[in-house]
Design a protein around this ligand. Structure first.
Ligand SMILES: [Zn+2]
Ligand SMILES: [Zn+2]
Length: 154
């Protein structure tokens, strides 16, 4: 993976119009240490006095994701969608089903030859993949089944 290029270069390459909303949202995602939900992006924008509505945040994220600038991460058993910038280096996530905690893993757990053989078998050119592991974090492993059931249903 190459170094993340400047936001303006990226937009130029994609022939995508640079709007203040797009720039600010991408900046926020690039400075965040982990994937964040649209609500957090909205809160950040309001903090810097950026005049924007939550629905515009969603619309802008949609545009950025259609142009492969932003990855959407859906979480099972949870209505949240998290967003991360695609320019980040390749990584995967461990997602806790108990508390929603997300741990970033930098190494790719897929064996190197897997994509190659999938390509050969299906006559398909793979350009990327997404992979999330679901389970329970150290804290949630200590909870009883009842505790977890309550958490999931709240
Ligand atoms: Zn947890
Ligand atoms: Zn990978």
């Amino acid at each position: 993976m190459s170094q993340p290029s400047s936001i303006f270069d990226v937009f130029k390459q994609l022939k995508l119009k640079t709007t203040p909303h797009r720039i600010e949202i991408l900046k926020i995602l690039r400075t965040a240490s982990q994937p964040i939900p649209a609500d957090d992006i909205y809160a950040e924008l309001r903090k810097i006095n950026h005049n924007i509505s939550l629905s515009t945040v969603y619309r802008t994220l949609e545009t950025l994701s259609e142009n492969s600038l932003v990855n959407k991460i859906g979480i099972e058993n949870d209505n949240r969608t998290l967003y991360e910038p695609v320019a980040d280096s390749h990584h995967h996530f461990l997602i806790c089903l108990g508390c929603g905690k997300i741990i970033k893993i930098d190494e790719c757990p897929l064996p190197e030859n897997l994509e190659k053989s999938l390509e050969d078998q299906n006559n398909f050119k793979i350009v990327s993949h997404k992979l999330e592991h679901y389970g329970y974090c150290a804290k949630c492993q200590k909870l009883t089944n009842d505790d977890l059931k309550n958490k999931l249903h709240n």
